[in-house]
Write a protein that binds this ligand. Structure first.
Ligand code: GLC
Ligand code: GLC
Length: 813
């Protein structure tokens, strides 16, 4: 069942009912200021860090689930009816409802009783505030007198403290109101140099800033007493919970439409300019921001700029195929999700509270694989930030905080796959841009500016961190965990509530990961190539010999007859082997080892892929392992804490399915690769939204596996490495256009039935229009390539470099 439809022309997902199977959200903002907004106007906003600079309050796990947001109550003074255009929180039946989630904006329209209200929300480029344009139209034949009441609840900045430290916080709230602007200035009197404001571009008829006065102590947001009464109470918050609410009274003739521009903004002020008079905050910067959006024309202009911004980002890779679903995933929604994931890491979504996790070392490196072609400069900055949290021995902090950019001590280090992802991320940046100067940047260890080395040296430490930490079979030691954060082989936790990520490990130096071995062979060649590009031939050769050894070791000790083993545990026992009772086969080493080319010549890679299909595949995607763990295993850790079929315990982890897609393309299996792709690509799941439940325009981290009660139901949408890896799988491996060190590589692996397709790729300043035809209906194999009519040797198009548009004709066969 569908709850809306794609509007490909406007690049929007259009939702036709507020009662979606779960709140379907969108993100506003690309730079410093961000908002999350659901299809019923729920959500919140923050500046840079969702934990430390939260502007508006949001209660996770609330009842009803998605309560709290930017609410605009419409009060009809003729019949005392009141309602909200996004349906929530009043939930009065609407004569018409529509939500359009677009690229960086959301537009919600509700109509009731002859009045239509459109609520448009976005964050203009380079602006630290959310703009809300409310358009109110009288669709009836009679005059209407209405009041619009706005509502936003301020969070007292630190979202964690805000939800816990009530003995203090209920006494600190402070506001100022002047003209049509409400200023939230809690803690500004002491150490904060920032405040928030909420304005509207016309004279107001009243306001409220005290939550209890507006809502009523015993009321809910569905019946605020001020809205029920139809008159603002002009309350001034003093302690308790500050809010912002304006009342604007409007009289509308039949057919008349009026619009109002509200701004929810953030201001940061130099210490010496904080006050304009004792206890009176300096409002100048806020007024300047408000002035920027005084009129509708200002709003329209900013919307056009935002559209142009996205047009440019998306133009870097556009496909024209016969498949609408594929087109909309590749051209719009997958790259859009990649940007959001790059910005947010795993911090703020409807499943991540914004206070829990910082930027992940491995996560951010993977995220930039799907983002680097959009804004390479930002990817570069991120790489340098990440690398600065690495230790001298090559190990790394697992996470860091975006505001401080310092490694997160609470989580610490010891995830032995982490360092390798830095090589992958950096190589992706260099392949995209050709900019090898990044390797010469001086980068601190452990954020210590007095202890630095070149980025190249950091990569070398990453590479050798693996070599310096091999176990009894010569495979990499796993440490706390590898990519699978829940496979905790040294943890042995038996206290309820202990974190598997941080509980002291028993460091036996025995538990080994076949996955890290595969990852090493996968990314190692990039490191060797970078050595060569720097003229370090001996270092390159040494790296290659380590890679060759690892490949051989993986075949000797990491293959179990029909598939790759997963690991050896703390006692040196096999995991992911047919000898095990449960957890006999895992997806991750099959994907990663075959992507790395291990066992291809020997025919073992083929075997592994057959095993995946036979043992792990389901109609909703490939599960992580089988059989699931039915009980808790002290020696395996968190993976066995989840009920069978959920999360890492045999859930469909959408992050590692693309590794199978890519692995299948290594073997030339284009039909199978695309089958796996389309099983989990959200646009293909739109028709089963009642089962899938999450947004049909973005990936979720997990879909419940076949052992779960709710097989096919997704959770944790938006912030997941799934976005980047599926983007890599479809754009680079299946459609086969891949940035490489010395040019643009063209090597598709597609369903044999396809006749062809066309891709426009902007690469290092040139635009390549690539026409691929498949006259012989093969899956893989390039017969010929021409560039501007001239034949190209091999499958790499050398960069032209004149900033022009170039025609590339590719014939498969
Ligand atoms: C989550 C984590 C990621 C990890 C994965 C598997 O997505 O963010 O770092 O690799 O789970 O456990
Ligand atoms: C839990 C989750 C896993 C995630 C990890 C991050 O273990 O199950 O997916 O990677 O937390 O801290």
């Amino acid at each position: 069942m569908k709850f809306g439809q794609f509007d490909d022309v406007r690049k929007e997902y259009v939702i036709n009912t507020p009662q979606t199977p779960y709140p379907w959200i969108n993100y506003l903002g690309n730079e410093q200021f961000f908002g999350l907004i659901s299809n019923t106007a729920g959500g919140y906003t923050f500046y840079r860090d969702a934990r430390l600079r939260r502007l508006t309050r949001y209660r996770y796990n609330n009842i009803p689930l998605d309560t709290g947001g930017r609410y605009y109550y419409l009060r009809d003074h003729d019949n005392n009816d009141f309602w909200t255009p996004g349906w929530m929180p009043v939930k009065r039946e609407l004569d018409f409802y529509e939500c359009r989630h677009g690229l960086g904006y959301t537009s919600i329209t509700g109509e009731r009783g002859g009045i239509s209200v459109n609520q448009l929300a976005f964050i203009p480029l380079g602006y630290n505030g959310e703009v809300h344009r409310l358009t109110i139209k009288n669709t009836s034949n009679a005059n209407k007198t209405v009041s619009l009441f706005s509502f936003a609840e301020f969070c007292l900045w630190n979202a964690q403290d805000d939800m816990t430290n009530f003995q203090r916080n209920l006494s600190t709230g402070e506001v100022e109101v002047q003209d049509s602007v409400i200023y939230h200035k809690t803690e500004y009197r002491e150490r904060r140099n920032h405040y928030a404001f909420y304005s509207v571009n016309r004279k107001i008829d009243g306001f409220d800033t005290d939550r209890e006065s507006f809502v009523g102590l015993y009321n809910g947001l569905h019946e605020p007493q001020v809205v029920v009464a139809g008159k603002a109470s002009n309350s001034v918050a003093s302690g308790w919970s500050p809010i912002g609410s304006h009342e604007v009274k409007l009289t509308l003739a039949p057919g008349e439409e009026q619009s109002l521009v509200f701004i929810l903004g953030y201001v940061e002020i130099p210490e010496e300019e904080k006050w304009e008079a004792p206890s009176v905050i300096n409002k100048k910067p806020a007024l300047a921001m408000i002035e920027q959006f005084a009129t509708d024309a200002d709003v329209d202009r900013a919307l056009q700029e935002l559209a142009a911004y996205w047009e440019n980002l998306l133009s870097k890779y556009q496909i024209n195929s016969g498949d609408d679903k594929l087109n909309r995933m590749v051209n719009i929604w997958n790259p859009y999700q990649c940007m959001v994931t790059f910005n947010m890491s795993r911090s703020a979504s409807y499943f991540e509270s914004g206070i829990g996790r910082g930027m992940g070392f491995r996560d951010s490196n993977q995220d930039l694989l799907g983002f680097v072609h959009q804004i390479p400069e930002r990817a570069k900055e991120r790489i340098l930030d990440i690398a600065a949290t690495q230790f001298e021995d090559g190990s790394a902090y697992h996470q860091y905080q975006p505001l401080t950019k310092k490694g997160n001590n609470e989580v610490g280090t010891g995830f032995n796959d982490d360092p390798l992802w830095l090589i992958l991320g950096t190589a992706a940046y260099i392949k995209e841009t050709g900019d090898t100067s990044i390797l010469d940047e001086q980068v601190p260890f452990d954020s210590n500016p007095n202890n630095t080395a070149t980025l190249f040296e950091h990569l070398k430490r990453s590479f050798y961190h693996v070599i310096n930490n091999l176990g009894p079979h010569g495979l990499p030691l796993i440490g706390r965990a590898d990519w699978n954060d829940c496979l905790n082989l040294n943890c042995f936790s038996n206290e309820p509530g202990e974190s598997f990520q941080t509980t002291a490990n028993i460091e036996g130096r025995v538990a080994e990961s076949v996955f890290i071995a595969g990852l090493f062979v996968f990314v190692g060649p990039d490191f060797a190539e970078l050595c060569r590009m720097r003229g370090l031939e001996a270092e390159a050769n040494e790296a290659v010999s380590h890679i060759d050894n690892m490949r051989a070791t993986t075949l000797n000790h990491g293959f179990d007859g029909d598939w790759f083993l997963r690991a050896y545990d703390h006692y040196g026992e096999k995991i992911g082997s047919k000898e095990n009772e449960e957890g006999q086969i895992f997806i991750e080493p099959q994907g990663m080892c075959v992507m790395a080319g291990i066992g291809v010549e020997e025919g073992l890679a083929d075997k592994a892929m057959v095993s995946v299909q036979e043992r792990l595949d389901t109609k909703y995607g490939i599960v992580l392992q089988q059989p699931p763990y039915s009980k808790y295993y002290l020696n395996l850790g968190e993976i066995s804490t989840y009920p069978p079929g959920y999360k890492e315990n045999a859930g469909i982890f959408c992050h590692n399915n693309p590794w199978i897609m890519i692995a299948e393309t290594v073997l030339g299996h284009g039909d199978r690769a695309f089958e796996v792709y389309s099983k989990i690509a959200p646009a293909y799941l739109e028709d089963i939204s009642e089962i899938h439940r999450m947004e049909p325009y973005v990936y979720s981290q997990m879909i419940a596996g076949k052992d779960a009660v709710r097989h096919g139901e997704a959770k944790n949408s938006w912030l997941t490495g799934t976005a980047a890896w599926n983007y890599v799988a479809i754009t680079q491996a299946i459609l086969g256009i891949q940035a490489d060190f010395n040019g643009l590589k063209v090597d598709p692996c597609i369903p044999s039935a396809w006749d062809g397709f066309e891709i426009t790729r902007v690469f290092r300043g040139d635009t390549y229009v690539i026409k691929i035809s498949n006259p012989n209906h093969v899956s893989k194999g390039v017969k010929s390539i021409t560039l501007n009519g001239a034949a190209v040797e091999g499958i790499v198009i050398p960069p032209v470099g004149d900033g022009g548009t170039h025609e590339v004709v590719v014939v498969l066969g």
